[in-house]
Every structure is written in structure tokens, then in C-alpha cells.
Design a protein around this ligand. Structure first.
Ligand code: NAD
Length: 507
């Protein structure tokens, strides 16, 4: 059996290996400010729990406004020094490459930290989340010495340049569903562009961010360029939102809290705010798509992956009535086969929800579903070992488009099925939502695919698949799903200003 140090090949490790490694793990528990780990100035800590255990994993620094002030001051000083912000992009690229390599070297530790913190299967952490962070630091590092600025067409004797300098101090406030990756989506482009960053991970999952900060300095990032303040949203998060010396704040989380950040900015320094918020994504299936097995496979993945705790989860199955029963049965078969199990077992495909509170919340929606609609499969809370944070994959049929089950983000493994009879009705149902993050559409009719992908109100429309996502394409929401997009070269634009420099070089 293995400790972390001896977990040589994480790809072939057994459940017992991972459990032993988890028990031998030491946690970074202090905030990371100006290149060093620091206690909160108040001396306060909070208990960081795992959904897998009754006793807390770690006591983590509970940062408040004072610590946020220190982190922002360090970030500003580093920015103004030019030690990162005015370096050759090729030098920034080298540091981001080294950071990417270091994350890869620590892949087992990162995977364990996120799995312990929020309950996702270790195989997902190891083969999806950590490789994504490794690649994304490399991707933005690779991009940064290849993006050109612009010269505007103006009269002879004039040179008008449109420059994209870094903004200054960027704050990133992120959720718990993909702790390492949601941080990376913001931190990688913001650093690549030359900014200093203060990251606040979610209080439920602060541990991998602290390892990331340590490795960033080891990779050669100057002190103060990347800081991590751990703590609660109402204190540390709000202090970042209201800070007068933060130039830009990138947020991922719920729509409710996203709106707070707009208010904080309005009440403080009008910092620019980018929001990646909630969703209630429709998966629209037409009878002309003949391979229901493929649809069922992807529909199940689209709602049950990460225990349904995915912003773009395909939580509404909007399906043509003639194929509804057949398709629902095929998805139900897959749901029955997907049993919640120990996240530290590499065979597990469905892990724990993040905590008791979130599990209670999901169960309260299941209770509503039992009253509003017809339960097809699942619906039970499961206890495994010390934890009752497991929920069976659940499907409700006969949901009406205005029901709470169809309108509210549940953020759990719960699928609502809504039938339609015409293309027009399908569009109306799909767009009947306060959200507009993602939509999927299944059809063999090319005209319909084009027509509907224009009409579906969503930042991303996936045709004949679900949740198509890549570093090369922007990911962001319309309506109350957010403002701005992460990923792609456009992700860099969020963390730069657009500055005109006009030189009149002849009278
Ligand atoms: P949340 O909004 O509760 O918390 C997100 C972050 O905001 C955390 O760091 C939290 O500490 C902080 N926060 C909470 N209250 C705050 C306040 N009053 N002031 C300042 N900061 C505050 O979200 P969550 O429960 O961590 O994550 C789930 C949500 O995230 C879901 O709605 C999901 O859809 C969304 N999400 C969106 C995307 C996307 O790309 N659109 C991706 C992942 C998750």
C-alpha cells in the first residue's frame, strides 16, 4: 500500500493505495500572500470538511478584510514593479510552462485534494481535472507570445496603436465544483496577460489552490504576483468585491452571488466584473435523430457527471413526444447502473456531493419532484461509510416547463423530462429559463440544426453531442448565466485593457 510519496503510478493505484495516501496527506492551511504562507491576521481558522469524513480535514486560515488588504497591496506592489507585468512574454511563457510541469508532477496530490475536499471520483480528478489544469497553463503560456496588437488605419504622419496591456490587480472568486480547474480558468489567462492575481477559492474546497500557489512561486513567479486568500464569501469574497484597488474581478459561482459582485463594483471603484454563473441547460432531442443509444449515453453523462454539480449540466431533457418513453427508458437503464460509491476507488463513476447542506438541498428538490412529476428512477439518499452525501441518479418525467424542477438550478444528479410536439414548442420550452449557459440539440436535419442553434438562447450550443467544450472556444453565458466568457484567446481579452496610443510623427 502507498503513501503519497510512494504512490508512484497513480494510474494503476488501487482504492486501498488511494485511501492510505489520503491518510498520509499533509495540507497547506495558511493563506498565501506575497510569496509566503501566512496565518489570518485575526488568527482565526475555519474547519475544512470532506464529504467523505465526519472529522474535519484541516483548519484553514479564515481571511477577512485585513488579509485581503495585505494580498491586494502585495499584488499591486508586484504589478507596479514590472517584475512580471513588464517582462518579455517569452519569459512569462517559460514560467507558465514550468508551473504546468510542476502541476503534472504533483498530479496525484492535486487529484486527492480535490476528491477529498468535494467528493468527486478520484479517476475524474486524475484523468480530467488535473490534466485540464496542466494543459491550460501550457495553452495560455503558449498563446501569450503569439498574440499581436493592432495598428489602426489613420492618416499619413500618424501611427495609432491599439494595445492590450494587463489591467493590474485581478481578483478571482471561484466555486467548489471543480476547485483546481475553475481557479485555473481565471488564473492562467490573467497571469499570462501580465496581471497580478488574488484568488479566493470556495470555503468548501480551498486546499488545491494553496498547493497551486506554492508551485507557482517554485516555477519562478515573483512574490506577490499570485496570492490566495482562504475564507468565506461574506467576508473575504465581499472584501475583494468592494476593494478600491482591484481593477478586475472574475467570478464563477451562483447567479445570486454574481449579482452581489455587480453591486460591490458599483458601490466601490467600478472594477470590471466578469461573471460565470448558473444554468439550467436544455438537451433538445428530435425524433429524426435515429441513434437513441448515443443520445442516452450522452444525456446520462450530461446530467450525472460530477454528481450533476456542473454549471452547464443538461438538466432538462426536452424530447419529442414520439420517442420520449423509449429514450427515457434508455437513460434510466444507465442511471440504474450508476451507483454512488467510494470516491477514492478508481472504479467509482459517481461520487459524493460536496457536503450535507448541498445534499439536503438536492433532496428537497427531489421531494418537490415527487409532488410535481413522476419519479422514473432513483430519488434516494445513500449512506456509505461515514457519509450520507450520496444521491442516486434521479429522473423525473412529466415535468411542466414552468415547474420549479424545470426552472431552478438543482446542482445535483436530477434530470427533468419535458415532452414537445413541434419544433416551435421545443424552442419555446428550451428558452423558457432565466439562464442561458448551454444547450444541446439532436437532429439529423442540417437546416434544423442551423435554424435552432441560432434561436436557442445559450452561450454554447452543442449539436449531436452534449457540453462540447475546448480551450479553443469561449465558454460563457447569456441572460442570468453571466457576463463574458472564459477559455480561448478571447479569455485573455478579459484581463487586458484596450488602449489607444496615437503618435503624430509628422506635422
Ligand atoms: P457560490 O456562488 O455560493 O460561491 C462561489 C464563490 O463565491 C465562493 O468562493 C464563495 O465563497 C463566494 N461567495 C459566496 N457568497 C458571497 C458573497 N456574499 N460575497 C462574495 N463572495 C461570495 O457558488 P458555489 O455553490 O460555490 O458553486 C455553485 C454555483 O457555481 C452554481 O450556481 C454553478 O452553476 C456555478 N458555476 C458556474 C460555472 C460557469 O462557468 N458558468 C462553472 C462552475 C460553477
Amino acid at each position: 500500500m502507498a503513501t503519497l510519496a510512494t504512490l508512484q503510478n497513480p494510474d494503476t493505484s488501487t482504492a486501498d493505495d488511494w485511501r492510505t495516501a489520503a491518510d498520509s496527506l499533509t495540507f497547506r492551511q495558511r493563506a498565501f500572500i506575497n510569496g509566503d504562507f501566512k496565518d489570518a491576521e485575526s488568527g482565526k481558522t475555519f474547519s475544512c470538511f470532506s464529504p467523505l469524513r465526519k472529522s474535519p480535514l484541516a483548519d484553514v486560515a479564515e481571511c477577512d478584510e485585513q488579509d485581503v488588504n495585505s494580498a491586494v497591496a502585495a499584488a499591486r506592489k508586484a504589478f507596479d514593479s514590472g517584475a512580471w507585468s513588464r517582462t518579455d512574454p517569452a519569459d512569462r511563457k517559460r514560467v507558465l510552462f514550468r508551473l504546468s510541469d510542476l502541476i503534472e508532477e504533483h498530479r496525484a496530490e492535486f487529484a486527492l485534494l480535490d476528491t477529498l475536499d468535494m467528493g468527486k471520483p478520484i479517476s475524474d480528478s486524475l484523468t480530467a481535472d488535473v490534466p485540464e489544469a496542466v494543459s491550460l497553463f501550457r495553452w495560455y503560456g503558449e498563446a501569450i507570445d503569439k498574440v499581436y496588437e493592432e495598428i489602426a488605419p489613420v492618416a499619413p504622419g500618424n501611427l495609432a496603436m491599439i494595445k492590450r496591456p494587463p489591467l493590474g490587480v485581478v481578483a478571482a472568486v471561484v466555486p467548489w465544483n471543480y476547485p483546481l480547474d475553475m481557479a485555473t480558468w481565471k488564473v492562467a489567462p490573467a497571469l499570462a496577460a501580465g496581471n497580478s492575481v488574488v484568488l479566493k477559492p470556495a470555503e468548501q474546497s480551498p486546499l488545491s489552490a494553496l498547493l497551486l500557489a506554492e508551485l507557482a512561486v517554485a516555477a519562478g513567479l515573483p512574490d506577490g504576483v499570485f496570492n490566495v486568500v482562504t475564507g468565506f464569501g461574506e467576508s473575504a469574497g465581499a472584501a475583494l468585491g468592494r476593494h478600491p484597488d482591484i481593477d478586475c474581478l472574475g467570478f464563477t459561482g451562483s447567479t445570486e452571488v454574481g449579482k452581489f459582485f455587480l453591486r460591490y463594483a458599483g458601490e466601490s471603484n467600478m472594477k470590471r466584473v466578469w461573471l460565470e454563473c448558473g444554468g439550467k441547460s436544455p438537451n433538445v432531442v428530435f425524433a429524426d435523430y435515429d441513434n437513441l443509444d448515443t443520445v442516452a449515453e450522452k444525456a446520462a453523462l450530461g446530467i450525472f457527471f460530477n454528481q450533476g454539480q456542473v454549471c452547464s449540466a443538461n438538466s432538462r431533457l426536452v424530447v419529442e413526444r414520439s420517442i420520449k418513453d423509449a429514450l427515457v427508458e434508455k437513460i434510466a437503464e444507465r442511471a440504474r447502473a450508476l451507483r454512488p460509491a467510494d470516491p477514492l476507488d478508481p472504479e467509482t463513476r459517481l461520487g459524493a456531493l460536496v457536503n450535507q447542506e448541498q445534499t439536503d438541498r438536492v433532496m428537497s428538490y427531489i421531494k418537490i419532484g415527487r409532488e410535481e412529476a413522476k419519479l422514473v428512477v432513483g430519488g434516494e439518499r445513500i449512506t456509505l461509510g461515514e457519509s450520507d452525501c450520496y444521491v442516486e441518479p434521479t429522473i423525473f418525467d412529466g415535468v411542466a416547463s414552468n415547474d420549479r424542477l424545470a426552472q431552478e438550478e438543482i446542482f445535483g444528479p436530477v434530470l427533468s423530462v419535458i415532452a414537445f410536439d413541434s419544433e416551435e414548442e421545443a424552442v419555446t420550452i428550451a428558452n423558457n429559463s432565466p439562464y442561458g449557459l448551454a444547450a444541446s440539440l439532436w437532429t439529423r436535419d442540417l437546416s434544423r440544426a442551423h435554424r435552432l442553434s441560432e434561436r436557442l438562447i445559450a452561450g454554447s450550443v452543442s449539436v449531436n453531442t452534449v457540453d462540447a467544450i475546448s480551450f479553443t472556444t469561449p465558454f460563457g453565458g447569456l441572460k442570468q448565466s453571466g457576463i463574458g466568457s472564459d477559455l480561448s484567446l478571447h479569455g485573455l481579452e478579459k484581463y487586458t485593457s484596450m488602449k489607444t496610443v496615437w503618435i503624430k510623427y509628422e506635422d
